[in-house]
Design a protein around this ligand. Structure first.
Ligand SMILES: Nc1ncnc2c1ncn2[C@@H]1O[C@H](COP(=O)(O)OP(=O)(O)OP(=O)(O)O)[C@@H](O)[C@H]1O
Length: 734
C-alpha cells in the first residue's frame, strides 16, 4: 500500500500496474477490497430485486387501470333522468377520474424508479464518502451514484451525485468540509473519499484519495480512446468544474475556459444538475441549448440520456432563427453593428403604421382578411403608438375577426358542400366519426369545425404576426432594402414583442463564435431566461465575433451582473500538446494553464524540402494512423484542413486512406481517419490530429490565424502531427 498521503491510494501493491489488471491474489489479500465487493454484491442484488418489483407493480397497475376504465365505460352509463341522479352520475365520474389520475401519478413514479434502478444496475455507484457529523460519532458511509435510491425500508442505498451531501465528494479534500442543504451549511469531517471502478456487480478497483489533482480514475478516463460520442464525467468532476456545475442560480454565468478544460462536459452536467434540483418545475422544453453545428449536436446527444435525463431543446443559431423567421430568410451574415440595432430601437419608438405595412391574410388560396380590413382595424387603435402593445391588441382583434369570418363562411352552401364531399378518412380525422348532419344548425356547426381545420394556418399567421410586412417597415424606417436576418429578427421583436417568455435557461456553447448582434437577439428573445455562456477567446475563428468584454456588455446592458468562472486545466490534451497550443495564448493566461500528467508523445513537426516529399510524408503519416486504428479496432484521427477547398485537395491526394467529411451534415464514424475543415472539427476531439499544411502562408501572425492554429492543435488528445511543404509557421517556434 502507499505511504505518500498526497498520492491516490490504489488497491494494488504495485503502483506501476494498471489497476484494471490487478491479480486475483492482490484482491484476495486486501480485506477492504473484499468488504467493498461484498457491499457491491449486496447492493446489486437489492437493485435487481427492486427492478423486478417495480416492473411487477407497473404491470399490475396497468392491468388495474385497464379494468377500471372498462368498468367505468360499463357502469357509468350516465343516468341523467332527474336532477339528483345527474349529480350522482357526475360525482361518480369525478371519483373515477380522480382514481385514474392517482393511478397515473403512481405509475409515473414507478416508471421513474424502474428507470433509475436500470441506470444503477449498469454501475450502482462510483464513490463513497465517510462523513463524521460530530466528534466521537461513528462516521457514516454514503455511496454516490448516477441516481439516488432507497430500499423498501427507506434505507439509503445510493445517494444521487447531485444531492447536497455529494458535494463533500467533489470538494476533493479530506478533513473538515461542509455542504449546504435547505439553505443550511452543514459542517462535517470527511474521513474517507474512495473511488470505485465498477461494472455492474464487479468491483475492478478502488482508490482512496486525499488530493485528487491527479486522481487515478481521472487518468484512466482520459487515457481511453476517443469515440464519436461524448461521455458524462460524473465520477471524475474536478473541483473547479464542480463550482460551475453547482453554481448558484444567477441570471448570467460566463465560463471562460481554455481548450479541453471541460466546458461542454460541465455544461451537460450543469443541465442534469438543474433538472435534478428543480425536478418539480423544470421541463426539458424550458431549456435551450445553442450549439455550434449539427455535428456537435449529435456528438453530445447521448450524454444526458446516459445520466437518466432528457435532452433540452438543442439547436444551432441558424436553426433557432428558422423558428422565428420566414423559411427562406434564416441564414446569412450576422455581423451587424450594435449601432444598427440601436437605430432600429430608436426608429421603432417613433413608428406609426403606414397603410402599406399590412398584408392580406391568405390561406389555402383563399383571402380571409384583406390588408385593407387590417388597416381599418389599425385606425380604430390610432391613439395607441405602434409597437408590441398595439400589435397585441391587433392580434386579439384579428383572431376575433378571423373566427367570425369562418362562422359566416360556415353558413354558406359552398362550405357545407365542400364538407359533405370529404372522404371518409378525412371525416374521421377531422370529426373523429363520419358525419351526416340532420339539420341546418348541425350542418353549420360541422362546417365550422371543418373550416377551422382547413384554415388553421390562418390563425398561425395571426399569432406569428405574419400580417405585418417587416421588410417594408424596415425599408421605411431604416431607408434600406433587404434586411439581413439578424436585423429582420430584431426589428420584428422591437415591433411586435416577439419573444419566448417561458424559456428558463439558455445555454450557449462556444460563445466566442457569436457576433454581438446575435447575442443581443438571443438575450432579447429569451427575455426571462437565465444564461450560461461558455467559451474560449483563443478559439474565436470568425470575423466580427464578440470579445468577452463585449459579451459581458450585452448582458450588463439589460441590467444584469455577469458572474465569471475560469477553467485553466486542459483535460483533453497531453502536457506536450497543451504546451504547444498554450504557447499561442496571451502571455499572462499562458502562465496559468496546467494539464494532467500522463504518458506523452512529443509533437511531430515535419518540414518537407519539396512538394513530392511533402505529399509522400502526408500519405505516410495518414496511412500509419489508419493502420494503428485498424489494428486496435478503435480510435479517431482527424486531418484538419484550413478550408473546404483544402479538404477536397487532401481527400483526392489521399484516396481511400481517409474518409472525407466535407458536408456539414456528414456524421462522425465510430473510428477511423477523417478529413475535415476546422469549422467541422470545432468542439470535437481526436486521438491524433494531423494538420496537413502548417506553413506561415496559412497561419500568419494575426489573431484569427493564431486562434485557428490553437483550435486545430487543441482537438488532439495524444498525438499531433504538423506538416508543411517548406517551413512550419514561426508562430510555433517560440
Ligand atoms: N473531470 C473530467 N473527468 C474526465 N474527463 C474530463 C473531465 N473534464 C474534461 N474531461 C474530458 O476532456 C475532454 C474535453 O472536454 P470538453 O470537450 O468538455 O472541453 P471543452 O472545454 O468544451 O473543449 P473545447 O473548448 O476545446 O472544445 C473530453 O474528452 C472530456 O470528457
Amino acid at each position: 500500500m502507499f505511504t505518500d498521503p498526497s498520492q491516490p491510494r490504489l488497491s494494488t501493491n504495485n503502483p506501476d500496474e494498471d489497476p484494471q489488471k490487478q491479480t486475483e491474489l492482490d484482491r484476495e489479500e486486501d480485506p477492504v477490497f473484499a468488504q467493498e465487493q461484498e457491499h457491491l454484491s449486496r447492493t446489486y442484488e437489492t437493485l435487481v430485486k427492486m427492478a423486478a418489483s417495480f416492473a411487477a407493480k407497473i404491470k399490475k397497475l396497468d392491468a388495474e387501470v385497464a379494468a377500471d376504465k372498462e368498468m367505468l365505460a360499463d357502469e357509468l352509463t350516465g343516468n341523467f333522468a332527474s336532477m339528483g341522479e345527474a349529480f350522482e352520475t357526475y360525482a361518480e365520474y369525478a371519483t373515477a377520474n380522480k382514481n385514474i389520475d392517482l393511478c397515473n401519478a403512481t405509475q409515473e413514479l414507478n416508471l421513474q424508479n424502474l428507470e433509475k434502478t436500470r441506470l444503477l444496475l449498469e454501475q450502482p455507484y462510483f464513490a463513497k464518502v465517510s462523513l463524521q457529523y460530530k466528534p466521537g460519532d461513528a462516521p457514516k458511509d454514503l455511496y454516490i451514484g448516477n441516481a439516488g435510491m432507497s430500499d423498501e425500508n427507506y434505507k439509503r442505498l445510493v445517494v444521487d451525485w447531485r444531492s447536497p451531501v455529494a458535494e463533500t465528494y467533489y470538494n476533493q479534500e479530506n478533513g473538515p468540509t461542509s455542504y449546504v442543504a435547505n439553505g443550511r451549511t452543514i459542517k462535517v469531517d470527511l474521513k474517507l473519499r474512495r473511488q470505485f471502478d465498477i461494472a455492474k456487480d464487479t468491483l475492478n478497483a478502488y482508490f482512496d484519495t486525499t488530493v485528487a489533482i491527479q486522481d487515478a480514475m481521472l487518468l484512466a478516463s482520459l487515457s481511453q480512446e476517443r469515440t464519436s460520442q461524448m461521455k458524462a464525467i460524473t465520477a471524475t468532476i474536478q473541483k473547479e468544474q464542480n463550482q460551475v456545475i453547482r453554481h448558484e442560480d444567477v441570471p448570467v454565468l460566463l465560463v471562460n475556459g481554455i481548450a479541453g478544460s471541460g466546458k461542454t462536459s460541465v455544461l451537460m452536467q450543469r443541465i442534469a444538475y438543474l433538472f435534478y434540483r428543480q425536478r418539480e418545475s423544470l421541463r426539458p422544453e424550458d431549456v435551450f441549448l445553442i450549439t455550434p453545428n449539427p455535428v456537435f449536436s449529435r456528438y453530445i446527444e447521448n450524454v444526458l440520456p446516459d445520466l437518466g435525463e432528457s435532452n433540452p431543446e438543442t439547436m444551432t443559431f441558424n436553426e433557432f432563427m428558422a423558428t422565428i423567421m420566414p423559411a427562406d430568410r434564416s441564414r446569412g451574415r450576422a455581423d451587424i453593428s450594435l449601432e444598427s440595432l440601436q437605430r432600429i430601437d430608436n426608429a421603432v419608438a417613433e413608428l406609426v403604421f403606414d397603410p402599406n405595412d399590412f398584408k392580406d391574410i391568405v390561406c389555402e388560396g383563399t383571402q380571409l382578411l384583406s390588408a385593407g380590413q387590417i388597416r381599418q382595424m389599425a385606425d380604430k387603435f390610432k391613439r395607441i403608438p405602434a409597437g408590441p402593445h398595439l400589435v397585441t391588441l391587433m392580434r386579439e382583434e384579428l383572431h376575433k375577426r378571423l373566427s367570425s369570418r369562418l362562422k359566416q363562411m360556415a353558413a354558406t352552401e359552398r362550405a357545407q358542400n365542400e364538407m359533405l364531399q370529404l372522404s371518409i378518412q378525412e371525416q374521421v380525422r377531422i370529426f373523429h366519426e363520419t358525419i351526416e348532419p340532420q339539420n341546418e344548425n348541425e350542418a353549420r356547426e360541422l362546417a365550422l369545425t371543418y373550416l377551422n381545420d382547413r384554415y388553421a394556418r390562418a390563425f398561425d399567421i395571426v399569432e406569428r404576426d405574419e400580417w405585418l410586412r417587416i421588410d417594408r417597415i424596415g425599408m421605411r424606417l431604416l431607408g434600406k432594402e433587404g434586411l439581413l436576418p439578424v436585423e429582420w429578427a430584431y426589428l420584428k421583436m422591437a415591433c411586435t414583442g416577439l419573444s419566448n417568455p417561458n424559456a428558463k435557461y439558455v445555454m450557449v456553447d462556444e460563445v466566442q463564435d457569436y457576433t454581438t448582434a446575435q447575442l443581443v437577439v438571443l438575450r432579447r428573445y429569451f427575455r426571462r431566461a437565465h444564461f450560461l455562456l461558455l467559451g474560449d477567446e483563443n478559439q474565436a475563428i470568425g470575423n466580427h465575433t464578440s470579445t468577452f468584454e463585449e459579451i459581458r456588455a450585452v448582458f450588463e446592458a439589460s441590467g444584469e451582473s455577469v458572474q465569471e468562472c475560469r477553467l485553466m486545466t486542459s483535460y483533453r490534451s497531453s502536457p506536450q500538446i497543451t504546451d504547444l497550443f498554450s504557447g499561442l495564448m496571451p502571455h499572462d493566461d499562458r502562465m496559468r494553464v496546467s494539464s494532467i500528467q500522463r504518458d506523452d508523445i512529443a509533437p511531430d513537426l515535419l518540414e518537407c524540402p519539396d512538394r513530392e516529399t511533402y505529399e509522400s510524408e502526408l500519405a505516410r503519416v495518414v496511412s500509419q494512423a489508419r493502420e494503428g486504428i485498424e489494428h486496435e479496432g478503435r480510435g479517431l484521427a482527424a486531418v484538419i484542413a484550413n478550408d473546404r477547398a483544402g479538404a477536397r485537395r487532401i481527400a483526392s491526394l489521399l484516396g481511400d486512406e481517409a474518409i472525407a467529411l466535407i458536408d456539414d451534415n456528414a456524421t462522425l464514424p465510430a473510428s477511423g481517419v477523417m478529413i475535415m475543415t476546422l469549422e467541422f472539427a470545432k468542439g470535437l476531439e481526436f486521438d491524433h490530429v494531423i494538420i496537413p499544411d502548417a506553413r506561415e502562408e496559412v497561419f500568419g501572425d494575426n489573431r484569427i490565424d493564431r486562434n485557428r492554429l490553437y483550435t486545430s492543435i487543441s482537438r488532439a488528445t495524444n498525438r499531433i502531427t504538423l506538416l508543411a511543404p517548406g517551413s512550419i509557421t514561426p508562430l510555433l517556434k517560440k
